[in-house]
Design a binder for this molecule. Structure first.
Ligand code: APR
Length: 186
């Protein structure tokens, strides 16, 4: 766990629909439709019909941005923030990186605007969207560390499998705040 006076980032293993936080983040698609992976789990837990109605009212959300709905039947959260990460193969590595960082930052800023103090996020884009795990974890930890301080947030990075948990923990332990990878991975 990385802790400063005004914010913290920790890695939590498990199912994000059961993690206590003011908001949980969905790894969404631009149409804000129900899907598989974490998106499917969140729709089932929130009540698929209610969440689909709320998402339909919002319309589309561009890649790299985020939208917010109530958490409906999820008792451990107030809001669901739908963050759209990039499909890795659809962009250059540099553009995919920019969009992934933007998806994390947009989600956290939107949560802060709605008064959230704690936000739980999955490893956006690392499943169906195919973003290489190590690079994605590095970007997640870097953006979350910076925004946790800037916005005064308690951030939980939620890993559903051991490999992701290990990767996020290593990135968090070795994170320096200098974005040393930017020169070689875009
Ligand atoms: N809690 C936390 N993390 C989860 C859960 C869960 N219940 N279920 C899956 N995950 C993890 C996956 O193991 C992966 O590490 O979330 C991470 C992101 O994987 P995906 O859910 O596949 O998300 P992504 O790669 O961003 O693809 C998004 O998938 O479901 C669709 O609608 C979604 O089209 C969008 C696309």
């Amino acid at each position: 766990m990385s802790h400063t006076e005004s914010g913290s980032v920790e890695v939590v293993a498990g199912d994000i629909t059961k993690v206590a936080a003011d908001a949980i983040v969905n790894a969404a698609n631009s149409e804000l439709h129900a899907g598989g992976g974490v998106c499917g789990a969140i729709f089932r837990a929130a009540g698929a019909e209610k969440l689909a109605r709320a998402c339909n009212e919002l319309g589309q959300c561009p890649t790299g941005q985020a939208a917010i709905t109530p958490a409906f039947d999820i008792p451990t959260a107030k809001y669901i923030i739908h963050a759209v990460g990039p499909v890795y193969a659809s962009y250059t590595p540099a553009e995919a990186r920019r969009l992934l960082r933007s998806a994390y930052a947009s989600a956290l800023r939107l949560g802060a605007q709605h008064g959230c103090k704690s936000i739980a996020l999955p490893a956006i884009s690392t499943g169906i969207y195919g973003y290489p795990l190590e690079s994605a974890c590095h970007e997640a930890v870097d953006v979350c560390s910076k925004e946790s301080v800037a916005l005064g947030l308690q951030i939980k990075l939620v890993a559903f499998d051991a490999k992701t948990a290990d990767c996020l923990r290593t990135c968090l332990e070795t994170h320096t705040g200098d974005d040393e990878r930017s020169a070689w991975d875009g």
